[in-house]
Ligand binder design. Structure first.
Ligand code: NDP
Ligand code: GDR
Length: 366
């Protein structure tokens, strides 16, 4: 047991949930920041929740927001963390084109606010800081694969905000000696990935098609290529980064790339279906190889004003210095996501049926 205390921003997100679980297993006391919401937003960490009235509570949640400096300062002061993992962000690239200013506020200035809290509270020598940087920083392809020395060329308001966060983290390290590090993480997925990211959108649709609840999925750019790993492996890398004697920046990636089209094929293969591709561009469709039924259609609404065509990471520094590597094979990850979505989608459909029956009974005065 470490006896250490960690503060996680974005604890209700995909990575926050996996990281909280990992740190609790390692014996940390974990504090998480969650946003006030009119609906439940703690689904991913409910299994870790402890009644605050219990003795020896190891997971504590605080209301907060990356746009609220005084709130962040108060929480950091109260928690006096040994480690801060800054995972909170408006993390959707396409949404950032519609909410550019908010994305900059939360993702760029939010990072500054946390670093300032460390500095103002005199915690520069005590609190280690992890910044959730991203392969989106590379944006427009200049070098393949991308490593810690590849130049950045952000291609979205999200990536531009994360660029500021990357550099302000490096600057506070150099200026004030804070143990502050960037993990430049390539895409990582899981059964609890947000449902509007392409992998989870695909696995949910495959499950719904398999259960006869939906007939097709609409997608954007099928040619985009990504280096997809499993979130469980990546949170282990985040922790390792903060255990180093000296702070530094690291790429975490699998070193393998696949297209969106290949992800679609792999997901349908999990339910025993093969996809045939026909047409090109907007007319491209994916058909069931056996029946010819359309399973995939291209919808331009999912195209981005500027696209990141190819991300492929070189994780050799992390391997060498952290002893870290991605261990989950791509096919296992896709299988895990499809299996989980088959259960989730079936459960949701059952619930909808029960709700409808209940409403009908009420309407009939039963
Ligand atoms: P998610 O979108 O699943 O989670 C984001 C978290 O941030 C959620 O807890 C969300 O709260 C919270 N959040 C959003 N805005 C605010 C705000 N203004 N104040 C406080 N909290 C906020 O992201 P992931 O878990 O996938 O990613 C974690 C981090 O890593 C993000 O910073 C992301 O940009 C970055 N990243 C992710 C990669 C990936 O492939 N997953 C790759 C590289 C970097 P709520 O639940 O209420 O929405
Ligand atoms: P990304 O993830 O933008 O890489 O950012 P996303 O899954 O949204 O897109 C990956 C690629 O798929 C293409 N695509 C679609 N994307 C979505 N969301 N929906 C579609 O219907 C669709 N069709 C095709 C996209 O154009 C893109 O090329 C993720 C986030 O987690 C970021 O926070 C993180 O920083 C990066 O990964 C690394």
């Amino acid at each position: 047991m470490t006896g250490k205390t960690a503060l996680i921003t974005g604890v209700t997100g995909q990575d926050g949930a996996y990281l909280a679980e990992l740190l609790l297993k390692k014996g940390y006391r974990v504090h998480g920041i969650k946003r006030r919401s009119s609906s439940f937003n703690t689904g991913r960490i409910d299994h870790l929740y402890q009644d605050p009235h219990e003795r020896d509570v190891r997971l504590t949640l605080h209301y907060g927001d990356m746009t609220d400096a005084t709130n962040l300062i108060r929480i950091v002061q109260e928690v006096q963390p040994d480690e801060i993992y800054n995972l909170a962000a408006q993390s959707h690239v396409q949404v950032s084109f519609e909410t550019a200013e908010y994305t900059a506020n939360a993702d760029a200035l939010g990072t500054l606010r946390l670093l300032e809290a460390i500095r103002l509270l005199g915690l520069a020598d005590r609190t280690r800081f992890y910044q959730a940087s991203t392969s989106e920083l590379y944006g427009k392809v200049q070098e393949i694969p991308q490593s810690e020395t590849t130049p950045f060329h952000p291609r979205s308001p999200y990536a531009a905000a994360k660029l500021y966060a990357y550099w302000i983290t490096a600057n506070y390290r150099e200026a004030y000696g804070i143990h502050a590090s960037n993990g430049i993480l390539f895409n990582h997925e899981s059964p609890i990935r947000g449902e509007t990211f392409v992998t989870r959108k695909i696995t949910r649709a495959v499950a719904a098609i398999s259960l006869g609840l939906q007939d097709r999925i609409y997608l954007g750019n099928l040619d985009a290529e990504r280096d997809w790993g499993h979130a469980r492996d990546y949170v282990e890398g985040m922790w390792r980064i903060l255990q180093q004697d000296t702070p530094d920046d690291y790429v975490l990636a699998t070193g393998e790339k696949r297209s969106v089209r290949a992800f679609v094929e792999a997901a349908f293969a999990e339910i025993g279906m093969a996809v045939d591709w026909q047409g090109e561009g907007l007319d491209e469709t994916g058909r069931d190889a056996r029946t010819g039924q359309t399973l995939v259609e291209v919808d331009p609404r999912y195209f981005r004003p500027t696209e990141v065509e190819l991300l492929l990471g070189d994780p050799s520094k992390a391997q060498r210095k952290l002893g870290w590597q991605a261990t989950t094979p791509f096919s296992d990850m896709v299988a895990e996501m499809v299996r989980a979505d088959l259960e989730t989608v079936a459960r949701e459909a059952d619930q909808r049926r029960l709700d409808e029956e209940h409403t009908q009974r009420l309407a009939q005065g039963a």
